[in-house]
Design a protein around this ligand. Structure first.
Ligand code: AMP
Length: 507
């Protein structure tokens, strides 16, 4: 189907002629949707976008709860030749204003509850058309979809055309839009389907958000490309997942999923019949890997990827899945460890910056040629910013993040953004934001704040000061007020000293 549109063709091939097969089972009402109905809904979404004046290459920004309609909007946007731009549902209107201003989308879709606050934001950004889409498949987008005929003929798009822009936070505080092509998305999902042996027999528990590469591309595209089914959950719910496992074959999750599931009674019996557990987006503790194996008999398969590159490495399907490693480069992906200063490739075993090259890698940052040139070499190697090493058996280990990124519950927080807001509060001289171990979220955000001379700054005043401008997951869980920040002789703040000193603060 849809031959003229590279990605739509790639993700629809496996269900061609199998329209009656189940694509998804919706949680919690158990409603089943066939592939035929899914594609018809996506075609109608494409028609809605074209009727709204969307031209090929135009962006469709979405900040809405996870629904089947949102998934159809993603596929419909691809069919209409648009560029899908999902935004984290936790972003505040101030944050959304930046993304809309930067990407200048033609269409913006938001939760009906956010419409009032977001309408002026969208109009300032020159958005031509706003739709709403809320939990429970409600809103003006769903109404417009129902008014359209099925049978949309997809707009012709090739391997190098853009299919999506996903924003990553920038270390300098500015988020960057990673431009992902039809070819990058299709090739990566195909490789993952084959590497992880997904077939039409699979039933994936889909509990990840669909504004991020993991849930949107890895989980969704792999299911579509295998012609399998998924149990579609609006969010993570450990109890419900326990109930679904006996009828499912696979789960894709962030490490927090696994630590929470380990707290459930009866996990061993529920998980025993599953085929595959995949983890990624943040480091899985070896302890979690070991406990999971002891309780369920399954070795979690850990993989490594990022917004800019899709997935880069995976532990083997057959063979030893090693805790504390992210496995081997995927077929077609080249990976090397380089000296952070010179960029020269390092000898096996040495720690350096991971660089990757392959059809999975993004096409550059949206309207940021300089940033693109800094991180994406002309010969196609992408400098990930992650520090790692390759062990004697070829397994890749991630040993740290060069960029001081905090990953909390699978979401990224760049300290600079939080520090900028705290520094602007009255009475604050400076601040340092760090991630410290958190039993549930992996890491939690902690702010260390230095007041101006004579000023009074408290934990409560700082937390209240940033509450309205930052998504909840970015807000500091604790604020410490100190007289000075530790600095090295070059004057750089020693965040490693702070991280060590406050390592137990959230545990
Ligand atoms: P994102 O772009 O949100 O997917 O975040 C990508 C970052 O998450 C990577 O650059 C890594 O720092 C981190 N990451 C992803 N998967 C893993 C993993 N399995 N182990 C350690 N870090 C990971």
């Amino acid at each position: 189907m849809y031959r003229q549109n590279y990605l739509a063709h790639a993700i629809s091939r496996a269900s061609d002629g199998r329209g009656e097969a189940t694509f998804l089972i919706r949680h919690p009402d158990g409603v089943r949707m066939s592939y035929a109905d899914f594609w018809v809904g996506a075609e109608r979404m494409a028609a809605v976008l074209v009727a709204a004046g969307l031209a090929p290459g135009d962006r469709v920004a979405v900040q809405a709860p996870k629904t089947v309609a949102m998934l159809q909007l993603y596929v419909g946007c691809v069919m209409a030749g648009g560029v899908f731009l999902p935004l984290n549902t936790a972003y505040t209107p101030t944050e959304v204003a930046y993304f809309l201003g930067d990407a200048s989308p033609h269409v913006f879709v938001c939760d009906p509850e956010g419409l009032e606050a977001l309408t002026p934001v969208a109009s300032d950004a020159g958005v031509a058309k706003i739709f709403t889409l809320g939990a429970g498949e409600v809103g003006t987008l769903v109404a417009a979809q129902a008014d359209q005929e099925a049978g949309f003929t997809p707009v012709a798009r090739g391997v190098d055309d853009l299919a999506a822009i996903l924003y990553t936070s920038g270390t300098t505080g500015r988020s960057k839009g990673a431009m992902l092509t039809h070819g990058a998305l299709a090739s990566n999902s195909e490789v993952l389907r084959d590497t992880w042996r997904f077939t039409s027999e699979d039933v994936l528990i889909h509990a990840l958000p669909i504004f991020h590469t993991h849930g949107l591309f890895v989980a969704t595209n792999v299911t579509l490309m295998a012609g399998g089914s998924c149990i579609f959950m609006a969010g993570f719910d450990a109890g419900a997942i326990m109930g679904y496992m006996p009828q499912a074959t696979a789960l894709m999750g962030v490490p927090t999923f696994y630590t929470r599931l380990l707290e459930q009674d009866g996990l061993g019996a529920a998980a025993g019949g599953m085929r595959l557990f995949v983890s990624g987006s943040a480091p899985l503790l070896a302890e979690t890997h070991d406990r999971w194996r002891a309780v369920t008999g399954h070795a979690i398969l850990e993989r490594y990827g990022m917004t800019e590159t899709n997935m880069n490495t995976s532990n083997p399907y057959d063979g030893d899945r090693r805790a504390g490693t992210v496995g081997f480069p995927l077929p077609g992906v080249a990976l090397k460890v380089c000296d952070p200063e010179s960029g020269a490739e390092l000898a096996q075993g040495e720690i350096g910056v991971i660089e990757v090259r392959g059809p999975n890698v993004f096409a550059g940052y949206w309207q940021m040629p300089e940033k693109t040139a800094e991180e994406l070499r002309e010969d196609g190697w992408f400098i990930t910013g992650d520090l790692g090493r390759i062990d004697a058996d070829g397994y890749v280990q991630i040993v740290g993040r060069g960029k001081d990124l905090i990953i909390t519950g699978g979401f990224n927080v760049y300290p600079k953004e939080v520090e900028g807001l705290i520094d602007d509060l009255p009475g604050v001289l400076e601040s340092a934001v760090i991630g410290v171990p958190h039993a549930d979220f992996g890491e939690g955000v902690v702010a260390v704040v230095v007041p101006e001379k004579g000023a009074t700054v408290t934990e409560t005043s700082v937390r209240a000061g940033v509450a309205d401008s930052l998504a909840k997951f970015k807000q500091p869980k604790r604020v410490l007020v100190l007289d000075a920040l530790p600095r090295n002789t070059m004057g750089k703040v020693q965040k490693n000293v702070l991280r060590e000193e406050y390592a137990d603060l959230l545990s």
